[in-house]
Design a protein around this ligand. Structure first.
Ligand code: NAD
Length: 488
Protein backbone atom coordinates (compact mmCIF):
# COMPACT_ATOMS: atom_id res chain seq x y z
CA UNK A 1 0.00 0.00 0.00
CA UNK A 2 1.32 3.48 -0.83
CA UNK A 3 2.23 5.90 1.92
CA UNK A 4 0.36 9.19 1.99
CA UNK A 5 2.18 12.48 2.52
CA UNK A 6 1.04 14.39 5.60
CA UNK A 7 0.14 17.57 3.75
CA UNK A 8 -1.42 15.86 0.72
CA UNK A 9 -2.81 18.57 -1.57
CA UNK A 10 -6.37 18.50 -2.90
CA UNK A 11 -6.81 20.51 -6.10
CA UNK A 12 -9.85 22.02 -7.80
CA UNK A 13 -10.70 22.71 -11.45
CA UNK A 14 -10.04 26.26 -12.62
CA UNK A 15 -12.85 27.45 -14.90
CA UNK A 16 -13.94 30.98 -15.77
CA UNK A 17 -11.60 32.51 -13.19
CA UNK A 18 -12.83 30.36 -10.28
CA UNK A 19 -11.61 27.24 -8.52
CA UNK A 20 -14.35 24.66 -8.05
CA UNK A 21 -14.74 21.03 -7.04
CA UNK A 22 -15.81 18.64 -9.77
CA UNK A 23 -19.52 17.72 -9.58
CA UNK A 24 -18.51 14.20 -10.51
CA UNK A 25 -16.63 14.00 -7.16
CA UNK A 26 -14.25 11.38 -8.62
CA UNK A 27 -10.68 12.09 -7.51
CA UNK A 28 -7.39 10.64 -8.78
CA UNK A 29 -4.25 10.33 -6.67
CA UNK A 30 -0.82 11.53 -7.80
CA UNK A 31 2.39 9.91 -6.49
CA UNK A 32 6.03 10.91 -6.20
CA UNK A 33 7.98 8.51 -8.49
CA UNK A 34 11.10 8.74 -6.31
CA UNK A 35 9.43 7.82 -2.99
CA UNK A 36 6.10 6.26 -3.94
CA UNK A 37 4.27 8.65 -1.57
CA UNK A 38 0.81 9.89 -2.53
CA UNK A 39 1.24 13.68 -2.81
CA UNK A 40 -2.06 15.01 -4.17
CA UNK A 41 -5.59 14.36 -5.28
CA UNK A 42 -6.95 15.88 -8.46
CA UNK A 43 -10.51 16.05 -9.79
CA UNK A 44 -11.62 14.02 -12.79
CA UNK A 45 -13.71 16.58 -14.66
CA UNK A 46 -17.01 15.45 -16.19
CA UNK A 47 -17.84 16.11 -19.85
CA UNK A 48 -20.27 18.85 -18.72
CA UNK A 49 -17.45 20.58 -16.84
CA UNK A 50 -15.18 20.42 -19.87
CA UNK A 51 -18.00 21.87 -21.97
CA UNK A 52 -18.46 24.64 -19.39
CA UNK A 53 -14.73 25.44 -19.57
CA UNK A 54 -14.86 25.59 -23.38
CA UNK A 55 -17.99 27.76 -23.19
CA UNK A 56 -16.31 30.14 -20.75
CA UNK A 57 -13.26 30.35 -23.01
CA UNK A 58 -15.50 31.09 -26.00
CA UNK A 59 -17.37 33.86 -24.20
CA UNK A 60 -14.13 35.43 -22.93
CA UNK A 61 -12.48 35.26 -26.35
CA UNK A 62 -14.60 37.97 -27.97
CA UNK A 63 -13.51 40.78 -25.64
CA UNK A 64 -9.99 39.33 -25.24
CA UNK A 65 -9.44 39.53 -29.02
CA UNK A 66 -10.61 43.17 -29.01
CA UNK A 67 -7.89 44.22 -26.58
CA UNK A 68 -4.85 45.65 -28.39
CA UNK A 69 -2.18 42.93 -28.62
CA UNK A 70 0.16 45.03 -26.47
CA UNK A 71 -2.44 44.94 -23.65
CA UNK A 72 -2.69 41.16 -23.95
CA UNK A 73 1.11 41.05 -23.77
CA UNK A 74 1.04 42.98 -20.47
CA UNK A 75 -1.10 40.24 -18.95
CA UNK A 76 1.38 37.63 -20.16
CA UNK A 77 4.30 39.55 -18.64
CA UNK A 78 2.47 39.74 -15.31
CA UNK A 79 2.18 35.92 -15.35
CA UNK A 80 5.88 35.55 -16.27
CA UNK A 81 6.86 37.76 -13.30
CA UNK A 82 4.68 35.71 -10.93
CA UNK A 83 6.44 32.57 -12.14
CA UNK A 84 9.87 34.05 -11.38
CA UNK A 85 8.76 35.16 -7.90
CA UNK A 86 7.66 31.57 -7.17
CA UNK A 87 10.60 29.77 -8.82
CA UNK A 88 11.58 27.50 -5.94
CA UNK A 89 8.04 26.44 -5.02
CA UNK A 90 7.22 25.62 -8.65
CA UNK A 91 10.50 23.75 -9.17
CA UNK A 92 9.88 21.61 -6.07
CA UNK A 93 6.32 20.88 -7.23
CA UNK A 94 7.61 19.66 -10.61
CA UNK A 95 10.37 17.53 -9.06
CA UNK A 96 8.04 15.97 -6.51
CA UNK A 97 5.53 14.73 -9.08
CA UNK A 98 7.75 14.06 -12.09
CA UNK A 99 11.10 13.00 -10.62
CA UNK A 100 12.96 15.66 -12.62
CA UNK A 101 16.24 16.81 -11.02
CA UNK A 102 15.63 19.94 -8.97
CA UNK A 103 18.32 21.82 -10.95
CA UNK A 104 16.55 21.03 -14.24
CA UNK A 105 13.16 21.89 -12.71
CA UNK A 106 14.52 25.38 -11.89
CA UNK A 107 15.71 25.68 -15.50
CA UNK A 108 12.24 24.64 -16.69
CA UNK A 109 10.54 27.27 -14.51
CA UNK A 110 12.82 30.12 -15.65
CA UNK A 111 12.70 29.00 -19.28
CA UNK A 112 8.89 29.05 -19.05
CA UNK A 113 8.90 32.65 -17.79
CA UNK A 114 11.35 33.63 -20.56
CA UNK A 115 9.18 31.87 -23.14
CA UNK A 116 6.10 33.83 -22.06
CA UNK A 117 8.06 37.10 -22.23
CA UNK A 118 9.39 36.15 -25.68
CA UNK A 119 5.88 35.49 -27.01
CA UNK A 120 4.66 38.76 -25.42
CA UNK A 121 7.29 40.58 -27.53
CA UNK A 122 5.45 39.48 -30.69
CA UNK A 123 2.51 41.74 -29.77
CA UNK A 124 3.93 44.64 -31.80
CA UNK A 125 5.53 42.47 -34.43
CA UNK A 126 3.05 40.04 -35.97
CA UNK A 127 1.23 41.53 -38.91
CA UNK A 128 -0.99 41.00 -41.94
CA UNK A 129 -0.38 42.06 -45.54
CA UNK A 130 -1.78 44.35 -48.23
CA UNK A 131 -1.24 42.66 -51.62
CA UNK A 132 -1.50 43.96 -55.19
CA UNK A 133 -4.87 43.53 -56.88
CA UNK A 134 -5.44 42.73 -60.59
CA UNK A 135 -8.18 45.38 -60.63
CA UNK A 136 -8.06 49.15 -60.52
CA UNK A 137 -9.22 50.81 -57.34
CA UNK A 138 -9.00 47.70 -55.27
CA UNK A 139 -7.01 46.72 -52.19
CA UNK A 140 -6.58 43.18 -51.00
CA UNK A 141 -6.06 43.01 -47.25
CA UNK A 142 -4.89 39.88 -45.47
CA UNK A 143 -5.85 40.14 -41.85
CA UNK A 144 -4.28 37.74 -39.35
CA UNK A 145 -6.91 36.79 -36.80
CA UNK A 146 -7.14 34.48 -33.79
CA UNK A 147 -8.66 31.05 -34.35
CA UNK A 148 -10.90 31.27 -31.25
CA UNK A 149 -10.75 28.72 -28.46
CA UNK A 150 -7.63 26.54 -28.33
CA UNK A 151 -7.32 23.37 -26.28
CA UNK A 152 -3.90 22.36 -24.98
CA UNK A 153 -3.37 18.69 -24.09
CA UNK A 154 -0.09 18.05 -22.27
CA UNK A 155 2.34 15.18 -21.58
CA UNK A 156 4.17 14.73 -18.28
CA UNK A 157 7.83 15.20 -19.25
CA UNK A 158 8.07 19.03 -19.44
CA UNK A 159 4.67 19.69 -17.91
CA UNK A 160 5.19 23.28 -16.78
CA UNK A 161 6.97 24.57 -19.88
CA UNK A 162 4.36 23.01 -22.15
CA UNK A 163 1.58 25.07 -20.54
CA UNK A 164 3.43 28.19 -21.72
CA UNK A 165 4.38 26.75 -25.10
CA UNK A 166 0.67 26.52 -25.86
CA UNK A 167 -0.80 29.34 -23.78
CA UNK A 168 1.60 32.19 -24.59
CA UNK A 169 1.33 32.17 -28.42
CA UNK A 170 -2.42 31.43 -28.16
CA UNK A 171 -3.13 34.36 -25.84
CA UNK A 172 -0.92 37.01 -27.41
CA UNK A 173 -2.66 36.42 -30.76
CA UNK A 174 -6.13 36.81 -29.20
CA UNK A 175 -7.20 33.21 -28.60
CA UNK A 176 -8.36 31.84 -25.25
CA UNK A 177 -7.37 28.41 -23.94
CA UNK A 178 -8.45 25.33 -21.99
CA UNK A 179 -5.51 23.26 -20.74
CA UNK A 180 -5.54 19.60 -19.74
CA UNK A 181 -2.39 18.41 -17.92
CA UNK A 182 -1.26 14.79 -17.80
CA UNK A 183 -2.74 12.86 -14.86
CA UNK A 184 0.87 11.95 -13.93
CA UNK A 185 1.95 15.59 -13.42
CA UNK A 186 -1.05 17.87 -12.84
CA UNK A 187 0.10 19.62 -9.64
CA UNK A 188 2.36 22.17 -11.33
CA UNK A 189 -0.53 23.14 -13.63
CA UNK A 190 -2.81 23.79 -10.64
CA UNK A 191 -0.05 25.85 -9.01
CA UNK A 192 0.23 27.76 -12.30
CA UNK A 193 -3.55 28.37 -12.24
CA UNK A 194 -3.23 29.73 -8.69
CA UNK A 195 -0.68 32.29 -9.93
CA UNK A 196 -2.90 33.19 -12.89
CA UNK A 197 -5.83 33.72 -10.49
CA UNK A 198 -3.71 36.29 -8.61
CA UNK A 199 -3.18 38.36 -11.79
CA UNK A 200 -5.58 40.65 -13.64
CA UNK A 201 -6.06 38.20 -16.53
CA UNK A 202 -9.77 38.41 -17.49
CA UNK A 203 -11.96 35.47 -16.44
CA UNK A 204 -12.26 32.61 -18.88
CA UNK A 205 -9.12 33.44 -20.88
CA UNK A 206 -7.18 30.61 -19.21
CA UNK A 207 -8.97 27.49 -17.92
CA UNK A 208 -7.64 24.25 -16.48
CA UNK A 209 -9.46 20.91 -16.40
CA UNK A 210 -7.94 17.63 -15.27
CA UNK A 211 -8.95 14.04 -15.92
CA UNK A 212 -8.46 11.10 -18.24
CA UNK A 213 -7.49 11.30 -21.88
CA UNK A 214 -10.45 9.21 -22.98
CA UNK A 215 -13.02 11.56 -21.38
CA UNK A 216 -11.52 15.03 -20.85
CA UNK A 217 -8.92 14.78 -23.64
CA UNK A 218 -11.43 13.38 -26.10
CA UNK A 219 -13.91 16.21 -25.44
CA UNK A 220 -11.11 18.76 -25.86
CA UNK A 221 -10.25 17.19 -29.23
CA UNK A 222 -13.76 16.98 -30.67
CA UNK A 223 -15.87 19.81 -29.18
CA UNK A 224 -17.16 21.93 -32.08
CA UNK A 225 -16.59 25.19 -30.18
CA UNK A 226 -12.83 24.53 -30.28
CA UNK A 227 -10.90 25.98 -33.21
CA UNK A 228 -7.58 24.23 -32.65
CA UNK A 229 -6.22 21.43 -30.53
CA UNK A 230 -2.57 21.79 -29.66
CA UNK A 231 -1.29 18.41 -28.46
CA UNK A 232 2.06 17.14 -27.23
CA UNK A 233 2.43 13.44 -26.47
CA UNK A 234 2.75 10.01 -28.05
CA UNK A 235 2.00 9.00 -31.66
CA UNK A 236 -0.89 6.66 -30.70
CA UNK A 237 -2.64 9.42 -28.76
CA UNK A 238 -1.94 11.88 -31.57
CA UNK A 239 -3.66 9.50 -34.00
CA UNK A 240 -6.71 9.27 -31.71
CA UNK A 241 -6.83 13.05 -31.35
CA UNK A 242 -6.64 13.56 -35.10
CA UNK A 243 -9.54 11.15 -35.60
CA UNK A 244 -11.61 12.87 -32.88
CA UNK A 245 -10.82 16.32 -34.32
CA UNK A 246 -11.85 15.17 -37.80
CA UNK A 247 -15.45 14.94 -36.57
CA UNK A 248 -15.68 18.76 -36.56
CA UNK A 249 -12.71 19.56 -38.86
CA UNK A 250 -10.77 21.06 -35.94
CA UNK A 251 -7.23 22.19 -36.74
CA UNK A 252 -4.59 20.02 -35.05
CA UNK A 253 -1.04 20.83 -34.06
CA UNK A 254 0.71 17.62 -33.00
CA UNK A 255 4.11 17.44 -31.30
CA UNK A 256 4.76 13.71 -31.07
CA UNK A 257 7.54 11.26 -30.31
CA UNK A 258 11.07 10.99 -31.64
CA UNK A 259 13.91 8.51 -32.18
CA UNK A 260 16.82 10.88 -32.74
CA UNK A 261 19.94 9.47 -34.43
CA UNK A 262 23.38 10.75 -33.44
CA UNK A 263 26.08 10.26 -36.12
CA UNK A 264 29.72 10.23 -34.96
CA UNK A 265 32.22 10.65 -37.82
CA UNK A 266 35.83 9.42 -37.72
CA UNK A 267 37.10 13.04 -37.46
CA UNK A 268 34.77 13.93 -34.56
CA UNK A 269 35.98 15.44 -31.30
CA UNK A 270 35.20 12.27 -29.34
CA UNK A 271 35.19 13.94 -25.90
CA UNK A 272 32.61 16.42 -27.15
CA UNK A 273 30.55 13.69 -28.82
CA UNK A 274 30.56 11.45 -25.72
CA UNK A 275 29.65 14.28 -23.33
CA UNK A 276 26.93 15.73 -25.54
CA UNK A 277 25.34 12.37 -26.38
CA UNK A 278 25.44 11.31 -22.73
CA UNK A 279 23.87 14.58 -21.55
CA UNK A 280 21.29 14.37 -24.28
CA UNK A 281 20.41 10.81 -23.22
CA UNK A 282 20.25 11.23 -19.44
CA UNK A 283 18.62 14.67 -19.21
CA UNK A 284 15.17 14.46 -17.59
CA UNK A 285 16.11 10.88 -16.62
CA UNK A 286 16.13 9.87 -20.30
CA UNK A 287 12.59 11.06 -20.99
CA UNK A 288 12.80 13.75 -23.68
CA UNK A 289 11.27 13.62 -27.16
CA UNK A 290 14.25 15.27 -28.87
CA UNK A 291 17.22 13.54 -27.20
CA UNK A 292 19.75 11.16 -28.80
CA UNK A 293 18.24 7.67 -28.81
CA UNK A 294 20.41 5.71 -31.25
CA UNK A 295 24.06 6.20 -32.17
CA UNK A 296 25.79 5.47 -35.49
CA UNK A 297 29.57 5.62 -35.08
CA UNK A 298 32.20 5.35 -37.84
CA UNK A 299 33.86 1.91 -37.61
CA UNK A 300 37.34 3.48 -37.48
CA UNK A 301 36.64 5.13 -34.09
CA UNK A 302 33.95 2.77 -32.81
CA UNK A 303 36.01 0.92 -30.17
CA UNK A 304 37.38 4.08 -28.54
CA UNK A 305 34.03 5.85 -28.70
CA UNK A 306 32.06 2.92 -27.22
CA UNK A 307 34.55 2.54 -24.38
CA UNK A 308 34.42 6.27 -23.51
CA UNK A 309 30.62 6.42 -23.82
CA UNK A 310 30.12 3.34 -21.63
CA UNK A 311 32.45 4.70 -18.94
CA UNK A 312 30.63 8.04 -18.98
CA UNK A 313 27.18 6.42 -18.78
CA UNK A 314 28.30 4.07 -15.99
CA UNK A 315 29.72 6.99 -14.06
CA UNK A 316 26.29 8.61 -13.57
CA UNK A 317 25.04 9.14 -10.04
CA UNK A 318 21.43 8.10 -9.62
CA UNK A 319 19.45 9.13 -6.55
CA UNK A 320 16.89 11.45 -5.02
CA UNK A 321 16.02 14.16 -7.57
CA UNK A 322 15.80 16.75 -4.78
CA UNK A 323 19.48 16.12 -3.97
CA UNK A 324 21.65 18.66 -5.83
CA UNK A 325 24.39 16.11 -6.57
CA UNK A 326 22.10 13.55 -8.26
CA UNK A 327 22.63 13.17 -12.01
CA UNK A 328 19.72 10.87 -12.84
CA UNK A 329 16.38 10.34 -11.09
CA UNK A 330 13.47 7.91 -11.43
CA UNK A 331 11.33 7.14 -14.46
CA UNK A 332 7.76 8.36 -14.40
CA UNK A 333 5.93 5.08 -13.63
CA UNK A 334 6.03 1.29 -13.66
CA UNK A 335 4.67 1.09 -17.22
CA UNK A 336 7.64 3.20 -18.36
CA UNK A 337 10.16 0.83 -16.75
CA UNK A 338 8.40 -2.26 -18.11
CA UNK A 339 8.56 -0.84 -21.65
CA UNK A 340 12.33 -0.33 -21.34
CA UNK A 341 12.83 -3.82 -19.89
CA UNK A 342 10.85 -5.30 -22.78
CA UNK A 343 12.96 -3.51 -25.41
CA UNK A 344 16.28 -4.39 -23.76
CA UNK A 345 15.30 -8.06 -23.23
CA UNK A 346 14.10 -8.36 -26.82
CA UNK A 347 17.39 -6.88 -28.10
CA UNK A 348 19.40 -9.27 -25.90
CA UNK A 349 17.46 -12.28 -27.20
CA UNK A 350 18.26 -11.15 -30.74
CA UNK A 351 22.01 -10.96 -30.05
CA UNK A 352 22.61 -7.49 -28.59
CA UNK A 353 25.43 -7.14 -26.08
CA UNK A 354 25.04 -5.05 -22.91
CA UNK A 355 28.23 -3.02 -22.42
CA UNK A 356 27.01 -1.27 -19.29
CA UNK A 357 23.72 -1.15 -17.34
CA UNK A 358 20.80 -3.24 -18.56
CA UNK A 359 18.65 -3.50 -15.43
CA UNK A 360 16.61 -1.69 -12.79
CA UNK A 361 18.32 -0.05 -9.87
CA UNK A 362 17.18 -1.29 -6.46
CA UNK A 363 15.31 1.71 -4.97
CA UNK A 364 12.28 2.67 -2.85
CA UNK A 365 9.93 2.58 -5.84
CA UNK A 366 11.86 0.37 -8.27
CA UNK A 367 11.44 3.05 -10.93
CA UNK A 368 15.13 3.73 -11.55
CA UNK A 369 16.89 2.20 -14.58
CA UNK A 370 20.66 1.99 -15.04
CA UNK A 371 22.24 4.13 -17.80
CA UNK A 372 22.72 1.49 -20.49
CA UNK A 373 24.80 1.04 -23.64
CA UNK A 374 24.17 -1.84 -26.07
CA UNK A 375 26.15 -2.94 -29.11
CA UNK A 376 25.61 -5.76 -31.67
CA UNK A 377 22.24 -4.21 -32.44
CA UNK A 378 20.71 -4.19 -35.90
CA UNK A 379 18.58 -1.60 -37.66
CA UNK A 380 15.47 -3.82 -37.66
CA UNK A 381 15.41 -4.28 -33.84
CA UNK A 382 12.64 -2.56 -31.87
CA UNK A 383 15.31 -0.95 -29.68
CA UNK A 384 16.56 0.93 -32.77
CA UNK A 385 13.12 1.70 -34.21
CA UNK A 386 10.85 2.42 -31.21
CA UNK A 387 11.02 5.42 -28.89
CA UNK A 388 12.73 4.57 -25.55
CA UNK A 389 11.81 6.86 -22.68
CA UNK A 390 14.78 5.97 -20.44
CA UNK A 391 18.60 6.19 -20.34
CA UNK A 392 19.30 3.48 -22.93
CA UNK A 393 21.56 3.87 -25.98
CA UNK A 394 21.92 1.29 -28.76
CA UNK A 395 25.13 1.84 -30.79
CA UNK A 396 25.73 0.66 -34.38
CA UNK A 397 28.73 1.19 -36.68
CA UNK A 398 28.90 2.41 -40.30
CA UNK A 399 31.53 2.49 -43.07
CA UNK A 400 30.77 5.77 -44.86
CA UNK A 401 28.60 8.88 -44.63
CA UNK A 402 26.01 7.71 -47.18
CA UNK A 403 25.38 4.60 -45.10
CA UNK A 404 25.08 6.68 -41.90
CA UNK A 405 22.59 9.07 -43.50
CA UNK A 406 20.56 6.16 -44.88
CA UNK A 407 20.39 4.48 -41.43
CA UNK A 408 19.53 7.76 -39.68
CA UNK A 409 16.67 8.49 -42.10
CA UNK A 410 15.33 4.94 -41.85
CA UNK A 411 12.77 5.70 -39.12
CA UNK A 412 9.08 6.46 -38.89
CA UNK A 413 10.03 9.38 -36.63
CA UNK A 414 11.54 12.64 -37.91
CA UNK A 415 11.87 15.01 -34.95
CA UNK A 416 15.56 15.68 -34.25
CA UNK A 417 19.01 14.38 -35.25
CA UNK A 418 22.67 15.22 -34.62
CA UNK A 419 26.14 14.79 -36.12
CA UNK A 420 29.65 15.16 -34.74
CA UNK A 421 32.30 16.08 -37.35
CA UNK A 422 34.94 18.74 -37.98
CA UNK A 423 34.50 18.63 -41.75
CA UNK A 424 32.35 21.41 -43.21
CA UNK A 425 31.57 19.43 -46.37
CA UNK A 426 30.24 16.54 -44.27
CA UNK A 427 28.15 18.93 -42.16
CA UNK A 428 26.65 20.55 -45.26
CA UNK A 429 25.86 17.19 -46.92
CA UNK A 430 24.05 16.19 -43.74
CA UNK A 431 22.06 19.46 -43.78
CA UNK A 432 20.97 18.58 -47.31
CA UNK A 433 20.13 14.94 -46.77
CA UNK A 434 18.93 14.33 -43.20
CA UNK A 435 15.12 14.25 -43.10
CA UNK A 436 14.31 15.66 -39.67
CA UNK A 437 12.74 18.81 -38.26
CA UNK A 438 16.02 19.66 -36.46
CA UNK A 439 19.71 18.77 -36.82
CA UNK A 440 22.30 19.65 -34.18
CA UNK A 441 25.92 19.82 -35.36
CA UNK A 442 28.59 19.31 -32.67
CA UNK A 443 26.19 19.97 -29.78
CA UNK A 444 23.57 18.29 -27.63
CA UNK A 445 19.95 18.25 -28.84
CA UNK A 446 17.92 21.08 -27.37
CA UNK A 447 15.81 23.61 -29.19
CA UNK A 448 15.75 27.41 -28.79
CA UNK A 449 12.72 29.60 -28.02
CA UNK A 450 13.18 31.46 -31.33
CA UNK A 451 13.62 28.30 -33.46
CA UNK A 452 10.82 26.08 -34.80
CA UNK A 453 10.23 22.71 -33.16
CA UNK A 454 8.33 20.58 -35.66
CA UNK A 455 8.49 16.88 -36.40
CA UNK A 456 8.53 15.27 -39.84
CA UNK A 457 6.76 11.98 -40.63
CA UNK A 458 5.03 10.50 -37.55
CA UNK A 459 6.70 13.00 -35.22
CA UNK A 460 3.96 15.50 -35.86
CA UNK A 461 2.04 18.12 -37.78
CA UNK A 462 2.64 21.84 -37.35
CA UNK A 463 5.15 23.09 -34.82
CA UNK A 464 5.99 25.37 -31.92
CA UNK A 465 8.30 28.28 -31.02
CA UNK A 466 9.53 31.39 -32.78
CA UNK A 467 7.66 33.30 -35.46
CA UNK A 468 6.40 30.18 -37.21
CA UNK A 469 5.12 28.67 -33.96
CA UNK A 470 3.19 31.87 -33.24
CA UNK A 471 1.59 31.78 -36.70
CA UNK A 472 0.07 28.37 -35.93
CA UNK A 473 -2.42 30.23 -33.71
CA UNK A 474 -3.57 32.63 -36.44
CA UNK A 475 -5.93 32.30 -39.36
CA UNK A 476 -6.13 34.52 -42.43
CA UNK A 477 -9.10 36.66 -43.41
CA UNK A 478 -8.78 38.14 -46.91
CA UNK A 479 -10.81 41.28 -47.63
CA UNK A 480 -11.21 42.64 -51.20
CA UNK A 481 -12.03 46.33 -51.01
CA UNK A 482 -13.26 47.97 -54.21
CA UNK A 483 -13.50 51.76 -53.88
CA UNK A 484 -14.37 54.81 -56.03
CA UNK A 485 -16.45 52.54 -58.30
CA UNK A 486 -17.97 55.39 -60.31
CA UNK A 487 -14.81 57.35 -60.93
CA UNK A 488 -12.24 56.43 -63.55
P1 NAD B 1 0.51 10.45 -23.96
O1 NAD B 1 0.24 10.51 -25.41
O2 NAD B 1 0.31 9.16 -23.26
O3 NAD B 1 -0.40 11.51 -23.15
C1 NAD B 1 -0.36 12.89 -23.45
C2 NAD B 1 -1.68 13.53 -23.05
O4 NAD B 1 -2.72 13.02 -23.88
C3 NAD B 1 -2.10 13.27 -21.61
O5 NAD B 1 -2.61 14.45 -21.05
C4 NAD B 1 -3.20 12.23 -21.78
O6 NAD B 1 -4.14 12.23 -20.72
C5 NAD B 1 -3.84 12.69 -23.08
N1 NAD B 1 -4.64 11.67 -23.77
C6 NAD B 1 -4.54 10.32 -23.68
N2 NAD B 1 -5.48 9.74 -24.46
C7 NAD B 1 -6.17 10.74 -25.07
C8 NAD B 1 -7.25 10.78 -25.99
N3 NAD B 1 -7.81 9.67 -26.47
N4 NAD B 1 -7.69 11.98 -26.41
C9 NAD B 1 -7.13 13.13 -25.97
N5 NAD B 1 -6.12 13.15 -25.08
C10 NAD B 1 -5.63 11.97 -24.63
O7 NAD B 1 2.00 10.98 -23.77
P2 NAD B 1 2.88 11.03 -22.43
O8 NAD B 1 3.23 9.63 -22.03
O9 NAD B 1 2.24 11.92 -21.45
O10 NAD B 1 4.20 11.79 -22.96
C11 NAD B 1 5.27 11.13 -23.58
C12 NAD B 1 5.22 11.31 -25.10
O11 NAD B 1 5.19 12.70 -25.41
C13 NAD B 1 6.46 10.76 -25.79
O12 NAD B 1 6.08 10.05 -26.94
C14 NAD B 1 7.24 12.02 -26.15
O13 NAD B 1 8.12 11.86 -27.23
C15 NAD B 1 6.14 12.98 -26.44
N6 NAD B 1 6.61 14.37 -26.35
C16 NAD B 1 6.81 15.07 -27.51
C17 NAD B 1 7.29 16.38 -27.48
C18 NAD B 1 7.50 17.17 -28.75
O14 NAD B 1 7.72 18.37 -28.66
N7 NAD B 1 7.46 16.55 -29.92
C19 NAD B 1 7.58 16.97 -26.24
C20 NAD B 1 7.37 16.24 -25.07
C21 NAD B 1 6.88 14.93 -25.13
Amino acid sequence: MSRIKEDVKVYQLYINGEFKDSYGSKMKTVSNPASGEVISQIPEATIEEVKFAVDSAEKAQKSWAKLPAIERAKHLREIANKIRENEEHLAKTITEEQGKLISLARVEVNFTADYIDYMAEWARRYDGEVVQSDRSNEHIFMFKKPIGVVSGILPWNFPFFLIARKMAPALVTGNTIVIKPSTETPNNAFEFAKLVSETKLPKGVFNLVSGSGSVVGNELSSNEQIGMVSFTGGVDTGTRIMKAAAENIIKVSLELGGKAPAIVMDDADLELAVNSIKQSRIINNGQVCNCAERVYVHEKVADVFIQKLSEAMKDTKSGNPMDESTEIGPLINEAGVLQIEKLVEDAKKRGAKIITGGKRVVSATGLYYEPTVLTNVTQDMDIVQQEIFGPVLPVMTFKDLDEAIHLANDSEYGLTSSIYTQNLDVAMKVCEELQFGETYINRENFEAIQGFHAGWRKSGIGGADGKHGLEEYLQTHVVYLQYNQNKK
